[in-house]
Design a protein around this ligand. Structure first.
Ligand code: HEC
Ligand code: HEC
Length: 203
């Protein structure tokens, strides 16, 4: 199962014309990214910062795969991800800007590692860890790390895949059968794992 998943992802991406990250050739210039990301830090660099309406935590970006952050920014720009503020932030960014900011934000604090914590919701996470990795530590650049992500943000993201406000063929299929209780349990399980952190300025 595990070995055919990348092939499935590539096929789905090719069919839908989704952009795959160009980061294999270009890792992004984190020093330039830090300068560009000043406005981003007003939300993503403040521990505990929340989106106002509806109220949920802004996502943790440090330790995330930079390739995934670029995919997410392209999604807001293309409006396949619905969020007006992030659309406004991403709309004018070039691919190079996105790669540079992603390199800075992802690398601004280390991904916390350590054994997966036994927490409620683990029993429901079996299907997810096939892609998102043991305890949510994904090994694939296109598949986001979930470990340590804010629980209320994970819940929000899962509900958006379910409602279609976030369009992704893989996650759309994954969430179709989840109940609200499943969503809450999965979110609290992945949030309890050591992993992502709030972005921080490099000293
Ligand atoms: C006003 C607060 C605010 C600012 C400023 C802001 N963001 Fe965001 N960002 C958010 C919120 C809230 C979300 C979650 C949106 C959603 O629900 O999809 C988000 C989501 C993201 C994501 C998706 C993360 C994931 O795990 O999928 C990325 C990447 C991102 N922002 C990068 C940036 C960058 C780069 C900038 C600066 C150019 C920026 N943000 C500026 C609030 C902000
Ligand atoms: C076949 C691989 C695969 C499986 C299985 C899978 N996911 Fe995903 N997941 C992805 C991909 C790819 C994305 C990025 C989609 C996008 O660009 O929006 C993603 C995105 C997410 C996000 C958004 C993260 C963020 O930072 O915004 C969450 C939350 C998530 N998945 C949770 C889950 C949960 C919970 C399960 C199990 C019920 C699951 N996934 C199963 C591949 C998978």
């Amino acid at each position: 199962m595990r070995t055919i998943l990348p092939a499935l992802f590539l096929t789905a991406s090719a069919l839908l014309g989704m952009a795959l990250p160009a980061t294999a050739q270009d890792a992004g210039d984190a020093a330039r990214g830090q300068k560009l990301a000043d406005t981003c830090m007003g939300c993503h660099g403040i521990p505990g910062y929340r989106n106002a309406y509806p109220s949920y935590s802004v996502p943790q970006l440090a330790g995330q795969h930079p390739e995934y952050l670029v995919i997410a920014l392209q999604g807001y720009k293309a409006r396949t991800r619905k969020h007006d503020t992030m659309y406004a932030q991403a709309a004018s960014l070039s691919d190079q800007d996105m790669r540079d900011m992603a390199a800075f934000l992802a690398g601004s604090a280390p991904l916390k590692t350590g054994a997966a914590v036994d927490a409620p919701g683990k029993d429901k996470s079996t299907a997810c860890v096939a892609c998102h990795g043991e305890g949510g530590h994904s090994q694939m650049p296109n598949w986001p790390v979930l470990a340590g992500q804010k629980a209320d943000y994970i819940e929000h993201a899962l509900r958006q895949y379910k409602s279609g406000e976030r369009k992704d063929p893989i996650m759309g299929a994954q969430v179709a059968a989840l109940t609200d209780a499943d969503i809450r349990a999965l979110a609290s399980y992945f949030a309890a794992q050591p992993g992502l952190q709030t972005a921080a300025y490099k000293k």
